[in-house]
Design a protein around this ligand. Structure first.
Ligand code: GDP
Ligand code: MG
Length: 723
């Protein structure tokens, strides 16, 4: 017989960590509430017939958020054999709120009090024997991170699943509430499974529509029940749902007072509290965040990473792999075009972005450290404060942060935003944050054109955030995206030092994903680009031609005039931009292909430098090119998840148009106006166009929000009526 164990608990209580340790898999352990929106399944190590389910983190079993719905449908609908409820021992009061609901479902519950390492460090003491007796379920103390008692917890769950004992439910509710619930239980008996009686009775009391629909009682009985509920509400002067919530909390507070002894006196600050005083300080928070992110990008792209990248580019590929491959292929008599395809097209094309892997790995290492130690959770909280001024919620910031790795999970991460228009807005703007694949592009431009400009990578990161904010302010002023920000609640986990293994695993996952992409999509992209850049019509015949006569030159040439106002109107840069839609690192591949093809390259560093100088007549043109390619539509993979997640063709095309037109306008303004200021661009009609666009943008940014006013006006009108 198969046994199903469901892991349930609040966000950040350690479910995924426990899941990984029990199943031996390596699901991503995010420090974000809602990262695990889908449930994940694995088999318990050493027990082929035991399935473990990692459910999304939830605070309650109400039907309000996507996570709650997923978890609830599974627990109530599909019925696992046992629930392993993980609770964060450092925050027991908040966590027990869910526990009191889980035990009502009628499935055996085993409670694992996690983070015991931190609990002990804090000097707290939890009497789990007494707590378990009171709640009527088995309890065990564990530390998922340290692997302490995790196997025992699973074994306890298996035993509970086999026995299927009916638990004695604690007396959570009292007075007329308990009376009403008992009455509802009687009325619906026979309409639901006897084990689920309590759960449905409480849900009916709360007027939870999803539950009410499942209980097929007659209208008469319904009215009768409604009368009981209304009486209760009158007596306690509150609505049914709040009554239940309040009584649950009262019960939990009393229970915790009896069973938990805090090591610290009330009001005494923990280490995390002390750090948070500084890090989330109203005035210091944003500057600290800026410095931290600056250091991350500066250190990884400019210092450590760039040295390793130089080595991979110059020595590994430039001196060993490419000449070696060429010699070998020529030695065995491979035809000239095939040597060119393999060496110039593929090895060179893929090799260049791979050269940037060290930089990427260092960025990922820093970002996962910041996320895992608990800092990024603070950033979301800080950003919520800042974003609220623009009508945005901190919930949007989580996808933005995830997008600094890759836009695909960033777009998926918006699923936790309940408000549809906010969610769409976040999806459309989230890929402005430079992802890992854009790092090679940034590093290449900064390195080959600007002599390794140290500020380039941080500038791109902050530029991305600034653009997101600008876009959101603009979008919020349209009727389609107007509305107040959704509330954002999140638990701040205690700071801790992440495990090295976890960090390295995460970095490896990212790097491996990148390598796989290099071996598949990028490989194809390089081969196609090589073909397009090598073949074409010359003297009326199709065949191998010089690259300036190639098909690619033709296609690029058609679109090039469009980009003249941005200073990048040559066919090579346009061709590279096109390959960027396949994969952003393809930009670098195409650029290096075009710089090497048909040339006898002696020194790669110099060859790139010369080629880039030929493509970009001025530094401003290079910056313009970088800007356009950072802010236009993302790669195919991200575009397709955008299409899927938006789920609406019209909105999808709006998104694509918005992204590309937006990138064009922003780049045009920057190139023309900054270029004019630094003396790299001459005055022309485009200067005027850029100035007019800038004036228009500033007007929209600073004009009052028509929709906010309307909402406020309505509110005050309503307030007046009430008064
Ligand atoms: P989930 O949201 O419930 O899936 O929680 P995760 O498994 O993602 O864990 C959230 C954070 O808590 C991660 O940074 C974990 O490393 C950390 N964590 C999990 N279990 C423990 C534990 O027993 N002790 C400590 N100190 N940290 C833990
Ligand atoms: Mg998780």
């Amino acid at each position: 017989m198969e046994i199903k164990i469901a892991l349930a608990g609040n966000p950040n209580c350690g479910k995924t960590t426990l899941f990984n340790s029990l199943t031996g898999s390596n699901q991503y352990v995010g420090n974000w509430p809602g990262v695990t929106v889908e449930k994940k399944e694995g088999r318990l190590k050493g027990h082929k017939d035991v399935i473990v389910q990692d459910l999304p983190g939830i605070y309650s079993l109400s039907p309000y958020t996507m996570e709650e719905v997923v978890a609830r449908d599974y627990l109530v609908g599909e019925k696992p054999d046992v629930i392993l409820n993980i609770i964060d021992g450092t925050n027991i009061e908040r966590n027990l709120y869910l526990t009191t609901q889980l035990i009502e479902i009628g499935i055996p519950v085993v409670v694992a009090v996690n983070m015991m390492d931190l609990v002990r460090k804090n000097g707290d003491n939890i009497d789990i024997k007494k707590l378990g007796d009171q709640l009527g379920c088995r309890m065990i103390e564990i530390s998922a991170l340290k692997g302490e008692s995790t196997v025992e917890a699973a074994e306890l769950a298996i035993r509970a699943a086999m026995e299927q004992n009916e638990a004695e439910l604690p007396h959570v509710f009292n007075g007329s509430v308990e009376h009403a619930i008992a009455h509802i239980e009687e009325s619906i008996e026979g309409f639901v499974d006897s084990k689920e009686l309590r759960w449905y009775a409480i849900k009916v009391f709360e007027r939870d529509q999803k539950a009410v629909q499942k209980v097929k009682i007659s209208a008469d009985v319904k009215n009768h029940i409604e009368q009981h509920i209304v009486d209760c509400e009158k007596e306690l002067d509150d609505d049914a749902e709040s009554i239940i919530t309040n009584q649950r909390y009262e019960y939990i507070t009393a229970l915790v007072n009896k069973t938990v002894k805090k090591g610290r006196a009330a009001g005494e600050l923990t280490f995390s509290d002390k750090v948070d005083r500084v890090v989330t300080n109203r005035f210091l928070a944003l500057p600290i965040f800026a410095v931290v992110m600056f250091l991350v990008y500066y250190v990884s792209v400019t210092t450590i990473g760039s040295q390793m990248t130089d080595w991979t580019n110059d020595v590994l590929f430039g001196e060993i792999v490419e000449p070696g491959a060429r010699e070998f292929l020529e030695g065995v008599g491979t035809s000239e075009w095939l040597v060119s395809l393999i060496v110039d097209g593929i090895i060179h094309g893929i090799g260049t972005p791979i050269g940037f892997v060290p930089q990427m790995a260092v960025v990922f290492l820093f970002l996962s450290f910041l996320e895992d130690c608990g800092y990024m959770a603070r950033v979301a909280f800080i950003m919520d404060r800042a974003f609220r001024k623009f009508g945005l919620s901190g919930k949007s910031f989580i996808p933005f942060l995830i997008s600094s790795g890759c836009g695909v999970p960033g777009i998926m991460g918006t699923r936790t935003i309940e408000n549809e228009s906010d969610r769409r807005m976040t999806m459309i703007t989230t890929t402005m944050i430079p992802c890992g694949a854009k790092l090679p592009v940034i590093a290449a431009i900064a390195g080959f054109i600007m002599g390794g400009a140290w500020w380039m990578a941080p500038a791109c990161y902050f530029g991305g955030i600034a653009l997101v904010i600008i876009y959101c302010i603009v979008l919020k002023k349209t009727s389609f995206f107007a509305g107040d920000p959704v509330p954002f609640v999140m638990e701040l986990p205690q700071y801790h030092i992440p495990s090295l293994k976890g960090l390295l695993m995460h970095v490896w996952e990212r790097v491996w994903a990148f390598m796989k992409k290099a071996g598949t999509i990028l490989f194809l992209c390089c081969a196609v680009m090589w073909f397009l850049a090598s073949f074409g019509f010359a003297d009326g015949e199709f065949g191998l031609v010089e690259s300036k006569d190639s098909i690619l030159a033709m296609i690029g040439g058609i679109l090039a005039p469009l980009f003249v106002p941005l200073g990048i109107g040559n066919w090579q840069t346009v061709a590279a931009t096109l390959s960027g839609f396949v994969a952003k690192e393809g930009l670098v591949s195409t650029m290096s292909l075009l710089s090497a093809i048909g040339e006898e390259v002696e020194e790669y560093e110099e060859a790139y430098h010369a080629a880039y100088l030929a493509f970009f007549p001025t530094t401003m043109a290079a910056v313009s090119y970088l800007m356009f390619n950072l802010f236009d539509s993302p790669c195919l993979a991200a575009i397709s998840s955008l299409a899927k997640e938006l789920g609406n063709r019209k909105v999808f095309w709006f998104a694509i148009l918005f992204q590309n037109l937006g990138a064009y306008v922003v780049t045009l303004m920057a190139y023309q106006l900054i270029g004019l200021a630094v003396g790299q661009v001459a005055f022309s009609i485009w200067t005027v166009v850029a100035a007019v666009l800038l004036a228009g943008l500033l007007y929209v940014l600073f004009a009052p929000d028509p929709f906010r006013n309307r909402v406020h006006a309505q509110e005050s009108a309503a307030a007046r009526v009430r008064a």
